[in-house]
Design a protein around this ligand. Structure first.
Ligand code: B12
Ligand code: SF4
Length: 492
């Protein structure tokens, strides 16, 4: 069979702005392709790489004439995915269309459309293999776990239960030959950067585990993975990483080091195989404090930076989000990482309820922190979570899946939306000056510096003008005082 796997190009300026700093490999397709027998011809079309994405997509359909088209999508890309599926239906009426990935997993009902034939939920390798095998034999797929039909055969009951993730040992090593790795990069943060070091090196993406044992209320991962952290066999990951040609590896785990014994096992497996890479990983503040020796070992084998969800600058907000940590934990974890020579990416969230005082408090907090690469998103409930259902009556644009990028408030802002956007952009701009790459002055490649300044300008503009992504009548939204369920924040 001829199989085309398509990653949509996001429409939101915020996501496109982020992509100027990091564009990562479509690893999901590497996994899916690796699960198929070699007789099938698989192509990956990453539309993020193309300026005229629709044109490129239609040209590829005409040239390749796939028998099966597979789409992946985050929620904010779901509208684009449906539009592309519609184009396949019109141009190649005999081709089958399957969707998978995060949106299809958490809101399969939204994918139950005539332009889509099959919906795959959760880990895709086994259902995709079974689907392709059946279609290649000229049969309709039957009884495939985690695969739903659309239309009359849509199983609404099955759509309500969460797919279980399989034993990671059963999942193949992903193929990486289906895309040109030079297109994928990431701004690379580290403590004590060297003169002339690459700021936007080519990166590969890799996964060592899925899931997390924690239960933060805003996060979908505990529901997706049933509160379990499932690592891939260490030797398999070492083999996967040994095959990667890029020097820099960005992990796509939910939490890399929450299982201390596995973290050491993997470090030793990599050391034994002589895998020498620079790594960027994800860890909770409490994990850093619990396992500093593990972080030290990883520093020795190449760990440069860690993404830590600081989330908020007050204990009250951290408690409300069931983060399982405090501001003091965050600060001590930051200090520990710096002493180990590992850069900290501190991820914060603002809430739609924030007024001037709360923005000022966050600015003061971030301004007083030791150097860190900081990022800011808007705390929005994840589709698929109870928080999402609870907040739904207050959504100001209905479900607005196209705005779900965790950067657009879904409920009314306390400040006029235009002002909220400006303050968020200001927060991002001021925090950018605390980035270790800027604080630790060192010589940089001029063309990379120019690219970053340009990216930064676009990124801040996307936030300053975020209000423009909403219907015009909301731009000057007067505030939510008096709306049910929207009490203002109290001081900590
Ligand atoms: C790594 C990661 C990133 C990377 C980007 C990865 C990439 N390739 O571009 C970075 C850090 C850049 C990132 C950015 C963002 N991310 Co992100 N990210 C993740 C994370 C931690 C892992 C995703 C991943 O790559 N996994 C590894 C691959 C191999 O697995 P997979 O994608 O799940 O694919 C498997 C299955 O889903 C399935 N499958 C997938 N596609 C298809 C297609 C078909 C046809 C089939 C059959 C099966 C199938 O099979 C695959 C193989 O196993 C997830 C959390 C999670 N646990 O999913 C969040 C997550 C997906 N991200 C999320 C969000 C919100 C974002 C941002 C919008 C956040 C922000 N404001 O900055 C941006 C947007 C980026 C963009 N371009 O759209 C949300 C999505 C919520 C939603 N409802 O859409 C998640 C779930 C985080 C969360 N806790 O809420 N992200
Ligand atoms: S620690 Fe991170 S991945 Fe785990 S539940 Fe909390 S936010 Fe989600």
């Amino acid at each position: 069979m001829r199989i085309l796997l398509v990653k949509p190009k996001a429409h939101l300026p915020t996501v496109r702005g982020l992509e100027r700093f990091q564009r990562l490999e479509p690893l999901e397709f590497g996994y899916l392709a690796a699960a198929l027998p070699a007789e099938h011809e698989v192509r990956v079309l990453d539309l993020r790489l193309h300026r005229f994405a629709d044109h490129v997509f239609q040209r590829e359909l005409a040239r390749f004439r796939p028998d099966l088209v597979g789409f992946t999508a985050y929620t904010h890309e779901s509208g684009i995915m449906k539009r592309l599926a519609d184009a396949v239906r019109r141009l190649l009426p005999d081709a089958r269309i399957v969707v998978g990935g995060h949106h299809a997993t958490v809101i399969p009902t939204d994918c139950n459309l005539p332009v889509i034939d099959y919906i795959v939920r959760g880990e895709g390798c086994a259902p995709f293999h079974a689907l392709v095998t059946a279609l290649a034999r000229g049969e309709e797929p039957e009884n495939i776990a985690n695969l739903l039909f659309t239309g009359e055969r849509f199983d609404a009951e099955a759509a309500k239960t969460w797919p279980r993730y399989p034993d990671p040992a059963t999942i193949p090593i992903p193929r990486r030959d289906l895309w040109d790795r030079r297109h994928y990069y990431c701004i690379w943060v580290c403590e004590n950067p060297r003169d002339w070091q690459a700021l936007l090196p080519p990166v590969a993406m890799a996964r060592t585990s899925y899931g997390c044992k924690m239960v933060c209320s805003f996060c979908i991962v505990p529901l997706l993975c049933g509160g379990a952290h499932q690592p891939r066999p260490a030797e398999m990951v070492a083999e996967d990483l040994a095959r990667i040609t890029a020097d820099h590896v960005y992990f796509s785990d939910d939490e890399n080091f929450i299982d201390e014994a596995y973290g050491f096992e993997l470090a030793e497996a990599l050391a034994r195989r002589g895998v020498k890479k620079r790594y960027f990983a994800w860890a909770r503040a409490t994990t850093v404090l619990h396992s500093p020796e593990l972080l030290r070992r990883w520093r020795e084998i190449g760990l440069d930076g860690v993404f830590v969800g600081f989330e908020f600058a007050t204990n009250q907000e951290l408690k409300a989000a069931r983060k399982g940590g405090t501001v003091a934990h965050n600060e001590r974890a930051h200090d520990t990482l710096r002493r180990l020579g590992i850069a900290c990416h501190a991820a914060f969230m603002v809430r739609p309820e924030y007024g001037h005082a709360e923005f000022q408090r966050l600015r003061d907090y971030v301004g007083a922190m030791p150097p860190a690469q900081c990022s800011f998103t808007v705390c929005t409930p994840s589709p698929g979570t109870p928080d999402y259902e609870a907040a739904r009556p207050m959504f100001w644009c209905g479900d607005a899946y196209d705005l779900h990028d965790c950067m657009h408030p879904l409920t009314p802002t306390a400040l006029p939306l235009r002002e909220f956007s400006a303050l968020l952009a200001r927060q991002i701009g001021e925090a950018g000056r605390r980035n270790p790459l800027r604080v630790e002055r060192h010589l940089t490649r001029p063309w990379e510096l120019a690219r970053i300044v340009h990216a930064d300008w676009h990124y801040q503009r996307a936030f300053r003008e975020l209000y423009r992504d909403y219907p015009r009548e909301l731009w000057e939204w007067p505030g939510n005082v008096g709306l049910p369920g929207h009490g203002g924040l109290q001081a900590d």
